[in-house]
Design a binder for this molecule. Sequence first.
Ligand SMILES: Nc1nc2c(c(=O)[nH]1)N[C@H]1C(S)=C(S)[C@@H](COP(=O)(O)OP(=O)(O)OC[C@H]3O[C@@H](n4cnc5c(=O)[nH]c(N)nc54)[C@H](O)[C@@H]3O)O[C@H]1N2
Ligand SMILES: Nc1nc2c(c(=O)[nH]1)N[C@H]1C(S)=C(S)[C@@H](COP(=O)(O)OP(=O)(O)OC[C@H]3O[C@@H](n4cnc5c(=O)[nH]c(N)nc54)[C@H](O)[C@@H]3O)O[C@H]1N2
Ligand code: SF4
Ligand SMILES: [Mo]
Length: 819
Amino acid sequence: MAYKRQIDRLPIPPKDATVHNVTCHYCIVGCGYKAYTWPRNKQGTPKENAFGIDLSEQQPADGTWIAPSMYNVVRQNGKDVHLVVVPDHDCVVNSGLGSIRGARMAENRPSYVTGTQQQRLGDPMVWRNGVWQPTSWDDALDLVARVTARVVTQGSEDDLVVSMFDHGGSAGGYENTWATGKLYFESMKIKNCRIHNRPAYNSEVHSSRDMGVDELNYAYKDYEVTDTIFVVGANPLETQTNLFLNHMVPGMRNGAKFIMVDPRRTVTINAAEQVAGKDNVLHLAINEGTDMVVLNAILTQIVDNGWIDREYVANNTFQNGEAQPLDDGHPAGLGSLDYAMESCRTTLAQAAEICGVAEADIAKAAEWIAKPKEDGTRRKCVSAYEKGIIWGNDNYRTIGAMVNISLATGNIGREGGGCCRLGGHQEGYYRPSDAHVGRPAQYIDQMLIRGGGKVHHVWACDHHKTTLNASEFKRVHKRRADMVKDAMDAAAGGSREQLVDAIVGAVNAGGLFVVDVDIIHSQIGQNAHVILPACEANEMNLTSMNGERRLRLSERYMDPYGNSKPDCLIAAGIAQKMERVLREMGRDAYADQFKGYDWETEEDAFMDGYHKGNPDVTYERLRAMGNNGVQEPVVGFSGGKLIGVERLYTDGQFTRHGREDKKALFCAAGWRGWQAPGKAREKANHRFWINNVRANIFWQNQFLDQENDFVQDRFPYPFIEMNADDMAELGIGAGDLVEIANENGATQGMAYPTDTAKRGHVAMVFGSPAGSQGNVVNPGVNELVLPDYKHTWGNIRKIANATPRVKSVTFKSKEYKPA
Ligand SMILES: Nc1nc2c(c(=O)[nH]1)N[C@H]1C(S)=C(S)[C@@H](COP(=O)(O)OP(=O)(O)OC[C@H]3O[C@@H](n4cnc5c(=O)[nH]c(N)nc54)[C@H](O)[C@@H]3O)O[C@H]1N2
Ligand SMILES: Nc1nc2c(c(=O)[nH]1)N[C@H]1C(S)=C(S)[C@@H](COP(=O)(O)OP(=O)(O)OC[C@H]3O[C@@H](n4cnc5c(=O)[nH]c(N)nc54)[C@H](O)[C@@H]3O)O[C@H]1N2
Ligand code: SF4
Ligand SMILES: [Mo]
């Protein structure tokens, strides 16, 4: 914010400023930016500058200009330099658009000069004498390796529990997923591990994959040439912002209709109405958790009206009844369309009853998706979904019901089609096989709560804010970690050997030794005994792919803060220490498994991992491909360019399930009510559904936002959208602090009156440091350990009047209403 920074003008990048390719490391969309850096004693002029435009003229809103949030002073090769990070007009992903998150990348950098993000960790820290003391990498990693090696050799590798990111963007990327994967899945065979966003090591979309369909199968430009955009359980204006603005909006302007399934009215629906006109937007505001029923009714309409794509179904999908029976690893049978219809068949009347929406609207959705045009040609439809059904009721069957519709209408592998996750982070998964983990995988949080595990390595996630059953998790994690802290305090002043003995004694008595790898001192980091400081994307080179599989290299333009390091080199450091310690222990054969980490840079990690599997791809070639990169899979290199694949399955060969016949399968998605244990009872016993959602302004659990005035002034406390009549009945005013409670725990936030909120529904922002919604989510998960975060019920009471900080908060509607 200009007024906050005391800035009324910004330096102009000179013509010879260094330019770096940047892929925004926040959301899945991966917008292209350009970072300009130049020495502090230089400036361009309005007419002579790096942008090559006349800055003395007023620039258009979508032109090239620098907001204060796009500027900072950062350290590069040991020197402080000016930094400007602006959206790239030539990137096909965002065409020069920024977002309220990405356009703050520069101000979210740690700076010794402007003082931003001074919360960033600069040194490894070890719990000593009752506090965290800074120390060297050598000292910190030695302790991690000694304790870990002792525990896994005394017992087994099952005593080591690992929480790790599996995504791209910051924390993640091909470099870092490879390094952690190599450490835990190749050097060791850790099976008690979980992913950053769910309590097990599994897929978010097992059913789509089992049906043969990879969940990122289209190109973003499919939205621009389609007839209908069908979105279920997502809010793309706020969560995949420039995918919505730069691809869905042009699609609607080209005539596409827009269907949204979400129990809540969102600003995405509001924006779609503004662009396409109300007549071309259909909001199916279903009862929470009933998506499968509405999807099945749409499919039934399509089948019964003869709107399926017969040729496509005959040629590309399995024909002979059941292909995969229902079993422990498959929560629904899979097979031919006819086979699936035996379970999916749902009338409009049945669906209207269960979902609480009009029969006519469901019929209309089916028409918009599949009813052939007047001239007999088929409609094209892009289908997209995200956390409203992934973290929803009966994950496996609901996502299966979604993919069923796209398959039946021939919309996968075709221009203007696709059935895709909208996505969360960018992707950057490249790891050795995880087959040893098994399916269903271990439910890690409950295992830790039961006292399982002795050492916990945590990489770039903060379960205190983002897991389910978080109240109980935090209570037990802290108790177990405190046992080790006490033992370490008692061993103060002793030798390393005595310290390790003390720690091992404490974990054998039920304690937990915690290592946290993060960029800040997080909430779960409060339980850590060793804290290892990582650096982010652009403080290192990082590769990842976006929601249309677009792979880019996001270049390093500044130094890691303090002594922080890329996650891949931290993993390598742990491996090297493990090798040395195990050799000292006389475990030569085991020590040998930790060889092969002699990487100097992140590029070495990339070459050791991703490059070996994809020999055409190198940093140099990616750099040359710039911000448009290449869409994976990379299938060749010719004429100086990497060759990619625009969309998957154009040949009608479905491969994700690994079946030899390469036929897609339909899912027998039979409805059975609430799937996760405890949900139905919780709903029956509480007044409010506690929907939990993301908001444009926040990135994830606010790990950087918590130190950003611009964000914290807007929402000093987590917002809880509420209906005004509900608020009046409970004596709650705008901005008052309220508590949400149920059997699982309690949390709090700020009441935000919302005129579109239904009675009995509230929507709380997830993951806030000042009130974790996960505190009230019960431990019940869907089959295959897929959490249903979205469906939680509780009671609400006022706990305090609006605080003075709330005085500057506006409670006006979040919807755009043209004058
Ligand atoms: N109730 C509820 N709970 C949910 C969800 C929901 O919808 N509702 N959604 C779930 C989903 S989809 C997600 S993705 C999760 C998110 O859950 P988390 O992954 O726990 O949350 P993040 O905010 O992404 O946490 C990132 C952590 O990594 C650190 N970090 C950032 N960059 C780096 C880096 O480069 N290296 C390292 N080592 N650390 C870094 C940050 O400081 C922060 O502490 O929450 C899940 N939980
Ligand atoms: N601004 C911003 N963008 C982000 C993120 C962020 O933190 N901030 N995080 C990124 C990450 S990691 C992820 S995973 C994605 C998530 O992206 P989204 O899935 O789009 O985001 P959410 O707000 O978690 O959930 C979407 C919608 O699900 C709805 N919902 C709740 N219950 C149901 C239900 O039963 N059925 C249906 N159909 N809908 C339901 C909610 O009302 C909400 O509007 O966002 C990514 N993008
Ligand atoms: S839409 Fe996503 S990727 Fe693009 S600038 Fe915003 S946060 Fe970054
Ligand atoms: Mo996510």
